[in-house]
Design a protein around this ligand. Sequence first.
Ligand code: NAD
Length: 262
Amino acid sequence: FLQGRTALVTGSTSGIGLAIAQALSAAGARVAINGLGSEEQIQAALKSVTDAGSEARHFDADLRKPDQITGMLEAVQSWGQVDVLVNCAGIQHAAPLAEQPAQKWDDVIAINLSAAFHTMQHALPGMAERGYGRVLNIASVHGLVASKNKAPYVASKFGIVGLSKVAALEYAAAGSRESGGVTVNCICPGWVETPLIEPQIQAHRNGGSRDDGVRALLEEKQPSLRMSLPEDIAAMAVWLCRRESHNVTGAAMPMDGAWTAQ
Ligand code: NAD
């Protein structure tokens, strides 16, 4: 159902973003991938996205740099108008507030929050003109509730939930049921098996195995005691792109094993 559409997924050389890029490709969209990594990692990511069904290209940009974001958007838009924008790039630095380096604060806010502002500012007007557009911001349960030792991360994720609600309101009346409308939503995952959380798994091993570390992390916060896999998040992302989801906008949808139900 996404044939003829173009998607841009930031942070799609790894983890959740890569799974979303693959799923959108399987649904028919041409996919612009972005993210850091070695040449081999980028080529492997590209191959897996094209193998899923559609054309894909990698667009370079360090998302800490607004001018590089603008350059990336211009390059993508000369390839295809952005119909689906997924802001997935993200970093984390766990430490008590008093020990957070100021540079980490700046980097986390730049990548997890400001980059989404810049990409949305470029992409949303065109979506409104064409009557169809989807912005999916990959926030976190930490956009809904806090945890200790994550001051910049939690601030960035609450920020992107707020930013998404403003954009949802401003574009709510764009398009129609037939064209699909323009929607802006956050997906708020709990723990997902990706490289991002590996340091936290290791920190929870307490001398035991990696599985012990995973169990300890889940027992602390996620009542289902199951990790999500990146493809679980991707399935929700694809559903949000469907025409029938035209009235789901301004939402922050948890996929968190009842973490935020407590
Ligand atoms: P990951 O580390 O596997 O992937 C992060 C991606 O962001 C990579 O492609 C990386 O290259 C890219 N990136 C990082 N810095 C960048 C920069 N300066 N410029 C461009 N790209 C950059 O992590 P993930 O777990 O897949 O995380 C994806 C998103 O999901 C993040 O926003 C994260 O906060 C969110 N999230 C993850 C979890 C989890 O448990 N893994 C839970 C909730 C939310």
